[in-house]
Design a binder for this molecule. Structure first.
Ligand code: FAD
Length: 390
């Protein structure tokens, strides 16, 4: 390939560019990104940037190494595979011989009406700064969704001194994907730090014409709120691929085990936007976490440069972490696909907690709180265990 285009200037886009250069690609490289900034790191946006302990400039990744043409502040609007061209939002056309799709995801919006002021989502550095500007100690904040993002924001706002933070989820415990044992610990941490937990219920409607004033809950109660963060997961940025003929799985770009878009020999995908088959699972899966974005981008770049017969399957042990009140929660493997969970260590004094998940006796994954060494052990065990066909 003489011209490779990377669509999406996030972590996966950057790491793909680096891996292409490291892999010997010396042709033209173009990176298209719709945010005005070069690639930056998102995890601090719900943590240190929100609490004000990290300047947002420090989130920026060094990006000079990859010698690319950066087309920033402009969006890929359509993919014409017959002409091997990407049409940009501003009308320009960018031809490619090889393409890496790394357009990531964006916050899932609330499906109903929301007042125009006071309702936030968090995905970008601009979102993080807007949320921080919107709160002071007296602001009443409601966080809708107690997944990792909602939990981190609740913790950061309490750390900032915001007195009234309510964390809402329809599930009976926070971080529902990690099961009730971890959920109970996370709930206890938030309660201890003064977060009001409203679990097992959801919002019926938002109150406020111009600015949000309260949430009316499905159970008939009313939660006064000056600011609401919607943290209900994310949706893939793949609208621009409509009409391209690329296969999607729940909106994500469907790849084969080599990170190549199914049926498209010159197109790879990586990071939050991609779905691909896993030997232990019957359905394609997708990972919306930091480590995968980088690792998958490297695999995708190497396979894009390789002849089809020399491509290597991408079979990671998915991992992620979340930081809340100084506690480190980490996950390895396919914990959410376990059919049984076992608490193997529980020490509320030190805050340590280790939960293993298995499926018919086969280790699927583990989640740890404040036990990074245990997590590394599980990562090794999972990487070493043969993956039977699902
Ligand atoms: P993205 O980072 O979403 O980058 C995609 C880029 O493409 C974006 O800049 C997007 O604007 C751009 N784009 C979209 N559509 C187009 C288009 N049509 N044309 C051009 N550009 C386009 N993970 C963890 O494991 N641990 C954490 O603690 C953690 N904390 C997080 C905190 C926050 C606030 C957020 C938002 C995420 C966090 N994550 C965390 C997840 C992690 O940041 C993501 O998995 C990672 O950013 C994915 O990288 P990506 O490059 O695939 O996608």
């Amino acid at each position: 390939a003489r011209r490779i285009v990377i669509a999406g200037a996030g972590l996966a886009g950057l790491r793909a560019g680096e891996a292409l250069r490291d892999g010997g690609f010396d042709g033209e490289l173009t990176v298209i990104g719709d945010e005005p900034h070069p690639p930056y790191n998102r995890p601090p946006l719900s943590k240190q940037v929100l609490t004000g302990t990290m300047d947002p400039d420090r989130c920026r990744f060094p990006a000079d190494r990859i010698q690319a043409t950066w087309l920033l502040g402009t969006r890929a609007a359509a993919l014409d595979r017959a002409r091997r061209t990407i049409l940009l939002h501003d009308g320009r056309q960018v031809p490619y011989d090889g393409l890496v799709i790394a357009t990531g995801r964006r916050a899932r919006p609330w499906p109903g009406r929301v007042p125009p002021l006071g309702v936030h989502t968090l995905r970008t550095v601009a979102d993080s700064l807007a949320l921080r500007r919107a709160v002071d100690p007296a602001t009443r904040v409601a966080v809708l969704g107690a997944g990792f993002l909602g939990c981190e924001v609740a913790a950061s706002l309490r750390t900032l001194g915001v007195a009234t933070v309510t964390l809402i989820d329809i599930a009976p415990h926070p971080m529902p994907g990690l099961g009730p044992e971890i959920g109970a610990r996370v709930a206890a941490m938030h309660a201890e730090h003064g977060v009001r937990l409203r679990l097992g219920t959801t919002v019926a409607r938002f109150e406020g014409r111009r600015r949000v004033t309260a949430l009316h809950m499905a159970d008939g109660t009313r939660i006064p709120a000056d600011v609401v963060l919607i943290a209900l997961g994310s949706v893939p940025n793949t609208e621009w691929l409509a009409g391209s003929g690329l296969a999607l799985h729940r909106g994500s770009v469907l790849c084969d085990t080599h990170c190549m878009a199914v049926g498209a020999d010159r197109i790879a995908a990586a990071g939050d936007v991609a779905a691909w088959p896993h030997p232990r699972l019957s359905e394609p899966f997708q990972v919306e976490h930091w480590t995968n974005a980088g690792d998958m981008a490297k695999a995708a770049a190497a396979n894009l440069l390789a002849a089809p017969a020399h491509r290597t399957p991408y079979t990671p042990v998915p991992t992620f972490w979340s930081d809340q009140y100084g506690a480190k929660i980490q996950s390895a493997g396919l914990f959410g696909h376990a059919t049984r969970r076992t608490v193997v260590e529980d020490d509320p004094g030190s805050g340590r907690l280790v939960v293993e998940g298995d499926r018919d006796g086969e280790l699927m994954g583990a989640v740890t709180v404040n036990r990074p060494r245990a997590l590394i052990g599980y990562q090794r065990a999972l990487a070493a265990s043969p993956a039977p066909a699902a």
